[in-house]
Design a protein around this ligand. Structure first.
Ligand SMILES: [Zn+2]
Length: 197
């Protein structure tokens, strides 16, 4: 009983201290608002997951393509889904032409990327194919024909083109697609974009 009382007394003292502390910080509110002001820059990126279990032969190139995007933009990041976890982007290997669902795919959404061997057999760079198709998932349309410096120019840049990095316009469009502006609210197009001849 005594113990209980003293515990109560301690609690009351603690509450009083908290209440005192609660009154004072109002004056030092500026110290707490500083991080809040800085928050937009450190805004949490949208995270999209992928599963490439059905494209194991392209595992390294897909991982490289994902890394390119993660290094190129801040508003969205792509992570491999944990085993058993549902993925927004399902990547599979096919015998056809590469193709992908036009996004921007959002958390809980669904997009498909097909790593078609026809383009690989023609000699197109596999990491560029992976990054290009992921670009579709992030809401970028094809920009064809175009130069090698453009990721979304795809096969029109020729088989000698190994650039897998989006140019500034492409990066900026993806940032907008996952930003807080109007484009950031646009639902995924959901249509398939086929990168065939
Ligand atoms: Zn394409």
């Amino acid at each position: 009983m005594l113990r209980r009382t003293s515990a109560c007394a301690l609690a009351a003292a603690a509450a009083a201290a908290l209440s005192l502390a609660g009154g004072l910080p109002a004056a030092s509110a500026s110290t707490t608002t500083a991080p809040a002001d800085a928050a937009p820059a450190a805004e949490a990126a949208t995270t999209i997951t992928y599963n490439a279990d059905q494209a194991t032969e392209y595992e390294a190139e897909i991982a490289a393509g994902v890394q390119v995007w993660n290094d190129s933009v801040a508003n969205v990041q792509i992570e491999e889904a944990a085993p058993g976890q549902r993925a927004e982007i399902t990547i599979i290997a096919t015998d056809g032409w590469p193709q992908a669902t036009l996004g921007p795919v959002r958390p809980g959404g669904s997009a498909r990327v097909e790593m078609g061997s026809q383009a690989v057999d023609e000699g197109h760079d596999v990491t560029r194919i992976a990054a290009h198709e992921l670009g579709h998932s992030l809401g970028l349309p094809d920009i064809k024909p175009g130069p090698c410096s453009s990721l979304m120019s795809g096969s029109t840049a020729g088989t000698s083109c190994t650039n897998a990095v989006p140019n500034s316009a492409e990066r900026s469009r993806v940032e907008q697609n996952y930003g807080t502006g109007a484009l950031g609210q646009v639902p995924a197009a959901g249509t398939m974009v086929v990168d065939g001849p």
